[in-house]
Design a protein. Structure first.
Length: 279
């Protein structure tokens, strides 16, 4: 009898990383629906999950336009922070005067709340895309710089001495040793910066107005249209997960040799191995 359950057990183990969150999400949605029905909660306070799902799937045009605007702000600001942060981190690692001059300023920029610059950016650039992009850039810049510096400095000195003893110049040492060795740390900073960028873009849209999913959240809150408000949160969460998942997939593609990727693969193989089934 148990042999017939083996394919089911194997399927569950293979999909456990996806099944467990889905089961928990289903339980939370069920509890939410019961709270709405039993507690007789008013619609403007909290809509039912079915009304939110109806808005999400029946009228996607309400969300896709603002979502695309927010995504553009995130991609431009995040891309600019990546293009500026990684070279600056490399420069601070290889040059002590540059590090002593710039790193305190980088730390100081993290202490000041980024949204405090929003009124000034509105005066300079108006209600355009630029103020929101700058806010995203400022939020994403620090994690990328700090994680990149950790990665560039994590290279063992023995490798650097060996490369230099074999006649490798500074540029070749950087491209063939420092940069590949720092990529896992750079990707870690990118994942953190990407999630921060979403929050930064939404908060910037709260302040700057115009368009975007943050503006839709603000307007639906003012009109007490809670299904649209919750639907905006759903689309925003899906976009964030896609960005994070895309960066993770890119890391696995570019860094198959890294320990975290090998650990993920070994865990996946162990989940379907006969020994795992017997356990």
């Amino acid at each position: 009898m148990l042999r017939f359950l083996t394919p089911l057990r194997r399927f569950v183990r293979r999909r456990s990383a996806l099944l467990y969150p889905l089961v928990l999400l289903a339980a939370l949605v069920t509890a939410w629906e019961l709270w709405i029905v039993v507690g007789d909660v008013r619609r403007f306070i909290a809509p039912s999950p079915f009304s939110v799902a109806r808005v999400v799937f029946a009228d996607p045009g309400t969300f896709l336009g603002p979502l695309w605007t927010t995504l553009k702000e995130i991609l431009i600001g995040f891309g600019a922070s990546l293009a500026a942060g990684v070279p600056l981190a490399a420069l601070m690692v290889v040059s002590r005067p540059v590090r002593r001059s710039l790193y305190p300023l980088v730390l100081l920029s993290q202490v000041v709340p980024k949204i405090a610059f929003a009124p000034l950016l509105l005066i300079w650039f108006g209600f355009s895309l630029m103020p929101k992009v700058i806010i995203v850039f400022l939020i994403a810049f620090f994690p990328i710089v700090t994680d990149s510096m950790v990665g560039f400095r994590a290279i063992s000195m023995e490798k650097l001495y060996l490369a230099r003893s074999m006649g490798a110049g500074p540029l070749r040492v950087f491209l063939q040793i420092r940069l590949p060795g720092a990529l896992p740390h750079i990707f870690a900073g990118m994942r953190i910066a990407a999630t921060f960028s979403v929050s930064g873009a939404v908060v910037a849209e709260f302040v700057a107005g115009g368009s975007g999913i943050g503006h839709l959240l603000k307007s639906s809150n003012l009109t007490q249209d809670t299904p649209v408000l919750f639907g905006s949160v759903v689309y925003l969460a899906v976009m964030t997960l896609l960005i994070f998942g895309g960066l993770t997939a890119l890391e696995r593609l570019l860094l198959p040799w890294h320990a975290s990727v090998r650990l993920y693969r070994s865990e996946s193989q162990a989940a379907v191995s006969p020994a795992a089934e017997l356990g």
